[in-house]
Design a protein around this ligand. Structure first.
Ligand SMILES: Nc1nc2c(ncn2[C@@H]2O[C@H](COP(=O)(O)OP(=O)(O)OP(=O)(O)O)[C@@H](O)[C@H]2O)c(=O)[nH]1
Length: 286
């Protein structure tokens, strides 16, 4: 309570100080012309030496903007060099474990669940630094079996997608299938068609957006927890059949984040290489 009050006072006084500064500076700028013209002492400039600096910065800014306009340059930022990877899958399939294994080579048993985690990683190749961002999403079990399994905004952000399921849990495999189907579903129906029932129209709009945001971005399907062979509910054959069905857009791997680093590293690096190719139009082996 005491700390809070103290903080309040400090903030208050800082705010007052800056407000006073801005106000005084404005006054000085307003009255600037007559002071410059007068051959007397420039009292404001002496009192506020920041005015000269401010004026200079404004001049510099104007010069820069003029230069941009003259040379038809734009103020738009250059294209981001980071590779964004979206990690999807049902709850508890080992999404965090996989990403952390890839980034740190270590298997860590427990992770915070319930909210999306963002991991940033810098890879170096031919003296170029490539920034990779993984968005490890956290889905609730209620999403299993639902149609709207992919968030269109996250999908638009992504350059590549990893879909994970647990080989010991059939529901998570069905969820992964649902995601892949949603990504690859082409919608030919006209979403504006008033003849369609509302739910159908919403579904169509949804799948059109998903399809548009996906646009054949590199996709990797991982069957995780292969070390728990006694607990297996999804056969290798079932995983492979999905891989065959979507072979032109999808890579598939069955592995265990718990058991080793090499398989995780190999398949995620494979995806990153594809992402780099599709993003920049040139190859980069990480
Ligand atoms: N045996 C085994 N356990 C694993 C493996 N990968 C992850 N786990 C365990 O599975 C549990 C869930 O792992 P997480 O990485 O938190 O799963 P998640 O998909 O990120 O979970 P949410 O954040 O809740 O969506 C943890 O207890 C992990 O230790 C694996 O390859 N083998």
């Amino acid at each position: 309570m005491v700390n809070y009050k103290r903080r309040g006072t400090v903030h208050g006084s800082l705010a007052e100080i800056s407000a006073n500064r801005v106000y005084s500076t404005r006054l000085a700028i307003k009255s600037n012309k007559s002071e410059d013209q007068s051959d007397g002492k420039n009292v404001q400039a002496l009192k506020f030496p920041c005015i000269a600096m401010l004026r200079k910065s404004m001049q510099n800014l104007k010069i820069s903007v003029d230069h941009l306009q003259k040379n038809k340059l734009s103020l738009v930022k250059p294209k981001s060099k980071s590779l964004n990877v979206l990690v999807l899958g049902a709850k508890n399939v080992g999404k965090s474990a996989l990403i952390v294994r890839f980034l740190t080579r270590r298997f860590i048993g427990d992770y915070m669940s319930g909210e999306d985690q963002r991991y940033e990683h810098t890879a170096t190749h031919l003296k170029n630094h490539v920034n990779v961002v993984f968005l490890d999403t956290s889905d609730s079990e209620s999403n299993v079996g639902s149609d709207n399994v992919v968030d269109e905004k996250k999908l638009a952000w992504a350059d590549g997608i990893i879909v994970v399921y647990d080989v010991g849990n059939l529901l998570t495999f069905e969820y992964a299938q649902g995601v892949i189907k949603a990504l690859c579903k082409k919608s030919s129906e006209n979403s504006d068609s008033a003849s369609l029932p509302l739910t159908r129209r919403n579904e169509t709009v949804y799948s059109q957006k998903i399809y548009k945001n996906f646009r054949n971005k590199p996709l990797l399907l991982i069957g995780n927890k292969a070390d728990l062979w006694h607990n297996r509910r999804v056969t290798v054959l079932e995983g492979q059949s999905i891989a065959c069905k979507y072979h032109d857009i999808l890579d598939y791997e069955e592995l265990s984040a718990a058991e080793g680093y090499d398989a995780v590293q190999k398949c995620i690096n494979g995806l990153l290489t594809k992402v780099t190719k599709s993003k920049n139009g040139r190859s980069l082996s990480l």
